[in-house]
Design a protein around this ligand. Structure first.
Ligand code: MSP
Length: 512
């Protein structure tokens, strides 16, 4: 296990009322890339995902499917685990809110809040949206619906309340003291003005249905699903045992990744619950945008819900991973279209990166007897290219600490472009006749540049990058970012396997 600085990253836990789709895959993919990057960068990573299994929405879906809620959850939760395997996600844990460890943890935070005078019994009368699992004030409704467009129903029932109103000022102070807590900036401003406009106490229990965690000491109530769900982030590191090694190492979390629709729960309610329970809030919450499909909102009724498995089958896993993070500035909404997918896949991957790798490896196979070439003295152009590849790490690290995936890839691709230009300028095929030692140097410099690029693209495209590193004869234990420098450079004379293409072009089956 690495001893580096801890990095704890979480995805939202997914509702089991839905089959996994591209939106879910997107959130977890972003976390996977960060988790993989931080591990290769020597950090001690804990990467958590899982499923959110309580609440009225799940209870209704189970009823509609004619099965008992837990049996329903078992089935759908497994689909999310299978998605993680299909997308090559490297999560360290998968949490389900129906697990005993979690139920114990939610009841413990409830007791803690109660003991601190943060929860009181009252009664709730107002609007509730089952789809959003959220309460809305009359003034928030738009044409009789939730601001998200979801149907609302009138609810009147006894309820415990959390003293959210008391946390308005502490939250504003917390945001001011931690300017990086909410990203992107525009979302941060939205949250701050929401809190500035005043906070009402929050209903945190329900009595009108039964699928949830029982409120300790009051059997008539179950806990509000968001209090239950948010607590998963501390359950997974050992709460209520705050002295546990995992808790002391990983809490507060480095990053909660969420979609823009659930930012308020993570950036307002969650830090308030934590502060009220005497625990530190997470370090950062990033709200990403939403995908539409060929210009339309994804919805079951339109029948355009994209199953990530179908995409992977059509285009291959790593091209899909690359596309989702390269195509849209992270934080913005994006549109998925097959045209753009093919454009990126055939352009950035097959033509730029793939062609570089293929040209170089096949020249090495043909002209250097299938062994890593022996370089001679390096010219200025050689050291410049190698230097640019090495200089990528600090730039990419900084961009990823800000969740700027598209810019990180753009920056790496600048060096892919520089390497392709270097091939054309140096023309190793011509040197083969005129100056074979110089040809060997040029091919060595290129192979070494590709090694560095493959280490850096590894978090984004683990399989393809590993395939490139295998073809360069790089041993498995030499693939961390500590190996980017000259000390781990390719060893001349190493026998190399027969090169194979890594990034195929997509040819539309209908066009052939
Ligand atoms: N269960 C809650 C989260 C609780 S976390 C303590 C939930 N689940 S969800 O399954 O509805 O949504 C999970 C994530 O998927 C959210 O971050 C949401 O933004 C994301 N997406 C759902 N549809 C999406 C798109 N069309 N595009 C991108 N992401 C989307 O909310």
């Amino acid at each position: 296990m690495s001893t580096g600085t801890p990095y704890y990253i979480t995805t939202p836990i997914y509702y089991v009322n839905d089959a996994p789709h591209i939106g879910h895959a997107y959130t977890t993919l972003a976390c996977d890339v960060l988790a993989r990057f931080m591990r290769l960068d020597g950090r001690r990573v804990h990467f958590l995902t899982g499923t959110d299994e309580h609440g009225q929405k799940v209870e209704k879906s189970a009823k509609a499917a004619g099965v008992d809620p837990l049996a329903f959850c078992d089935r759908v939760s497994q689909n999310f685990r299978d998605l993680a395997a299909a997308m090559n996600f490297s999560n360290d844990d998968f949490i389900r809110t129906t697990e005993p460890r979690h139920i114990a943890s939610v009841q413990a935070i409830w007791n803690e809040l109660k003991a601190r005078g943060q929860i009181y019994l009252g009664s709730y009368a107002g609007w509730y949206s089952v789809r959003d699992e959220a309460f809305y004030a009359e003034s928030e409704l738009v044409d009789g619906k939730a601001p998200t467009g979801a149907e609302v129903e009138w609810v009147e029932e006894p309820s415990y309340f959390f003293r959210l109103s008391a946390w308005q000022q502490p939250l504003l102070e917390f945001y001011a003291a931690h300017p990086d807590f909410i990203a992107p900036e525009s979302r941060r401003n939205e949250v701050v003005s929401f809190v500035q406009s005043g906070l009402r106490d929050l209903s945190v229990s329900r009595t009108s249905f039964g699928w949830g965690v029982p409120v300790p000491g009051d059997r008539d109530h179950i806990m509000y699903v968001w209090l239950d769900a948010l607590t998963n982030y501390i359950t997974a590191v050992g709460y209520p045992d705050t002295e546990a090694e995992a808790f002391r190492t990983f809490w507060p979390a480095s990053l909660h990744m969420v979609g823009k629709d659930i930012l308020r729960f993570h950036a307002v309610y969650w830090p308030a619950f934590l502060m009220a329970a005497g625990l530190p809030p997470p370090q950062r919450v990033f709200a990403h945008g939403w995908w539409t499909i060929e210009g339309q909102k994804m919805s079951k009724s339109l029948g355009n819900v994209v199953n990530p498995r179908d995409l992977v089958e059509r285009y291959g896993l790593d091209p899909v991973r690359y596309f989702l993070l390269r195509e849209v500035p992270f934080g913005n909404d994006g549109d998925f279209s097959d045209r753009q997918m093919v454009h990126r896949m055939n352009g950035d991957l097959a033509n730029d990166y793939g062609n570089l790798v293929q040209r170089v490896l096949s020249m090495v196979a043909k002209n250097c007897a299938g062994r890593t070439p022996q370089p001679g003295p390096l010219a200025a152009a050689d050291t410049e290219l190698l230097g640019r590849a090495s200089a990528l790490l600090p730039m990419v690290r900084e961009l990823l600490l800000e969740q700027q995936f598209h810019r990180a890839l753009e920056t790496i691709w600048e060096v892919v472009g520089a390497a392709n230009r270097y091939v054309d300028e140096q023309a190793p095929w011509a040197l083969r006749k005129t100056d074979p030692p110089r040809m060997a140097t040029v091919l060595y410099v290129l192979a070494e540049t590709i090694r560095r690029l493959a280490l850096l693209t590894h978090p984004f495209m683990p399989q393809a990058s590993a395939k490139i590193l295998d073809q360069l004869g790089v041993p498995g234990e030499r693939r961390g970012f500590g190996d980017l420098g000259d000390a781990s450079a390719l060893v001349p004379g190493t026998p190399l396997p027969k090169p194979e293409g890594v990034f195929p072009r997509h040819v539309d089956p209908a066009a052939t």
